[in-house]
Design a protein around this ligand. Structure first.
Ligand code: ADP
Ligand code: ADP
Ligand code: MG
Length: 668
């Protein structure tokens, strides 16, 4: 076994690898970029080496720098994690050349599966079923269009070098093919420096079921399946093992097909064979990921194995600890990916500092893999995942129930997250009932998003009470004539009066009037009617609230947003809300915020890659204005209202900063 390894990655996966290495008594070396100087993986490792600027292509993707760091620190092996250099055969070769063990499959196996097109050719020969499609070398647009027509719409265009859903386009009809092809090629070129694509039949209501395979120098086996059908933008959000309603015979057939695929390329180490399955159970090979997968913890949970330990054992020349017939499935495991992203804005990544972060606590049923701590920043340079939360329980229903509760207790302030959506998913009757396919989120949009609907009276009450307590905190003595508070444990009457607090919930403007009562409590005039209330700050900083006949505890975090506005984020009853305070003393700010809607700003730093309008054009609300490439993905920005374009501030190809005014327009 190795005595020291370098982890050529960052974030949660670097931390996760370090954890196992430490348990096995292996020393670890982390690498980090400028942005990651104070990152958790750096703090966790025994040593850390700075490898360059924040942009991955100047740090985490530079093979030479990483190999240099490994040599210098005396590491014997390199664990690539996932993403970055994990599926780069050249890097695996370069490691070997420098006398370092690459903890992954042989370079030839990586290469064989590196192109989705080439992989399909190999699988075809190994008689593994494929999705009908075209994966040839001829890339002329006419031929691809002809092939698409032959396959029959809808079709899916995929970047052969693809990963992470980049360079992928669904095409519903022939006349939309040319545009989609251009878009997919552009995105593929930007993300992978390779614009080769394939075209496949786009299955409707399919399931994504993948098989974890593992091989050493003499044996190859499968550690059952994971169902990763709950996706947005063709990317996984929830994964589970085993797959719901999986029959043992089908499990065996898929497992054996996956093992055949791995054997066909002389595989060693951890790998995943991804299949897409019809509702009737027919499955087709999609791609093979020649690395550890993000969602490997659910497999670890149900098998009781540590796959990183297996990787280390096999890479150092050892044998896998178990045989196929010694593997068992124990209970059910579910993983959710907690992302810094805004489900309401088409899952646009959200960047910012995690000013408040409360993740679920680990325990017998709960595992949390994360690369961040409170105070860390989610930057636009890397994947915006905050944490993976994994639950293991006796059955699926119990696991989902537990997960829904955990998501309700998760508190993040500073970036927008998908925690509310994850909770809604895990408690959705259809999902709990076993309805699982890749269209789930889109199909159940209305009910899922209802959980994130406009704030209710309770939310306005909590925010208002927090605001009042803040006033009290600021003037602990009775100096402030407007303050009714000069007692720690509640309210005492100075005079009967009232305060007005104004909130903005998205577009909605709500004023709450708080009357101080002679009894010592408050009466709040809320949108839905008046309610009696009391509030007290608990020792832990949370608010103990009485509202009507209810009593409950809420956490409220106040924060100055990027645009200078003041946001209150409330956590109560397993839900979170964010409300913007409208300060009556600073109406100008409020007016300015209204006026700012007449400009279109860059939601993330990026590059303008397409302009669909010019100065003088009339546009209608929702009309696409331009395409911004940020975090290797294309984001279409639309007109916020009907109006006329007054000016366009940037040209195609220009780099823009977060918050930059891209287009100025006059609402009509
Ligand atoms: P998984 O099936 O393990 O979830 P993904 O395709 O989602 O795999 O990729 C895992 C991570 O690696 C994601 O953060 C994704 O953005 C990143 N990734 C995948 N492929 C590449 C690639 N070729 N280059 C850079 N990052 C990649
Ligand atoms: P990536 O490299 O981004 O992981 P995949 O080829 O694995 O790309 O596909 C990602 C997702 O896209 C799948 O999990 C599935 O939801 C969807 N998908 C891929 N191929 C098809 C298809 N032929 N029909 C329908 N959906 C598909
Ligand atoms: Mg995939």
């Amino acid at each position: 076994m190795f005595s020291k390894i370098l982890i050529a990655n960052r974030g949660e996966i670097a931390c996760r690898v370090i954890k196992t290495a430490r348990r096995l008594g292996i020393k670890t070396v982390a690498v980090y970029s400028d942005a990651d100087r104070g990152a958790r993986h750096v703090a966790m490792a025994d040593e850390a080496v700075h490898i360059g600027p924040s942009a991955p292509r100047e740090s985490y993707l530079v093979a030479d720098k990483i190999i240099e760091a490994a040599k210098r620190t005396g590491a014997q092996a390199v664990h690539p994690g996932y993403g970055f250099l994990s599926e780069n055969a050249g890097f695996a070769e370069a490691c070997a050349k420098s006398g370092l063990v690459f903890i992954g499959p042989p370079p030839a196996a990586i290469r064989a599966m590196g192109s989705k097109s080439e992989a399909k050719k190999i699988m075809e020969k190994a008689k593994v079923p494929l999705v009908p499609g075209y994966h040839g070398d001829d890339q002329s647009p006419d031929l691809l269009a002809k092939e698409a027509a032959r396959i029959g719409f809808p079709v899916l265009i995929k970047a052969s070098a693809g990963g992470g859903g980049k360079g992928m386009r669904v095409v519903e009809a022939a006349e939309k093919f040319a545009d989609a092809l251009a878009g997919a090629k552009r995105e593929a070129k930007a993300a992978f420096a390779d614009d080769h694509v394939l075209v496949e039949k786009y299955l409707t209501r399919p399931r994504h079921i993948e098989i974890q395979v593992f091989a050493d120098s003499s044996d190859c086996l499968y550690l059952f399946e994971r169902d990763c059908s709950i996706q947005r933008r063709h990317q996984k959000v929830i994964e589970e093992a085993p797959a719901p309603n999986m029959e043992p015979a089908r499990r065996k057939a898929m497992g054996e097909a996956a093992v055949a695929a791995a054997k066909a390329i002389g595989y060693q180490g951890a790998g995943t064979v991804e299949f897409i399955a019809d509702q009737d159970g027919t499955f087709f090979f999609m791609e093979m990921n020649t690395r550890l997968q993000v969602e490997h913890p659910v497999t670890e949970a149900i098998t009781g194995q540590d796959l990183v330990e297996w990787q280390l054992v096999v890479a150092s020349g050892g044998k896998m600890p178990l045989k196929q017939d010694e593997l068992r499935i124990d209970g059910h495991a579910v993983e959710v990916r907690l992302y810094a992203e805004d489900p309401a804005r088409n899952f646009l990544p959200s960047t910012g500092t995690l000013v408040h972060l409360k993740l679920p606590e680990e325990g017998a049923h709960v595992r949390v893999d994360t690369g961040v701590r409170q105070g860390d920043t989610v930057t636009p340079f890397y994947d915006p995942m905050i944490a993976k939360v994994i639950v293991h329980d006796r059955d699926r229903t119990s696991a989902l129930r537990r997960m829904a509760a955990l998501m309700g207790e998760t508190e993040v302030v500073g970036v927008t997250t998908n925690a509310g959506l994850l909770k809604a998913l895990c408690s959705h009757p259809a999902f709990v009932g076993g309805e699982v396919d890749t269209g789930f989120i889109e199909r159940h949009r209305a009910t899922l998003f209802a959980a994130m609907a406009p704030a209710d009276d309770r939310a306005f009450a909590i925010a208002t009470l927090a605001r009042l307590v803040e006033w009290q905190d600021r003037s602990p003595t009775a100096g402030d004539p407007h303050s009714p508070w000069n007692e720690q444990n509640g309210f005492r009457l100075l005079d009967e009066g009232h305060d007005e607090v104004r909130w903005k919930d998205g577009e909605r403007d709500v004023t709450v009037i708080a009357h101080r009562l002679r009894s010592g409590g408050l009466r709040l005039e809320l949108p839905g009617g008046a309610q009696e209330a009391r509030v007290q700050r608990a020792d832990d900083g949370r608010l103990a609230i009485g509202l009507g006949s209810d009593t409950f505890v809420a956490t409220v975090v106040r924060r100055v947003a990027i645009d200078g506005g003041i946001d209150y984020t409330l956590f109560a009853d397993g839900r979170s809300r964010r409300l913007r305070l409208v300060d009556p003393l600073d109406l100008s700010m409020y007016e300015a915020a209204g006026a700012a809607e007449a400009t279109v700003r860059a939601p993330l730093p990026g590059k303008i890659i397409d302009l669909k309008i010019k100065a003088g054009d009339t546009v209608s609300k929702g009309q696409p204005l331009l395409v911004l490439e940020a975090m290797k993905m294309e984001h279409t920005l639309a007109a916020p209202a009907d109006g006329t374009i007054k000016s366009v501030r940037y040209a195609v190809g220009e780099q823009v900063a977060e918050g930059a005014e891209l287009v100025e327009f006059e609402a009509s």
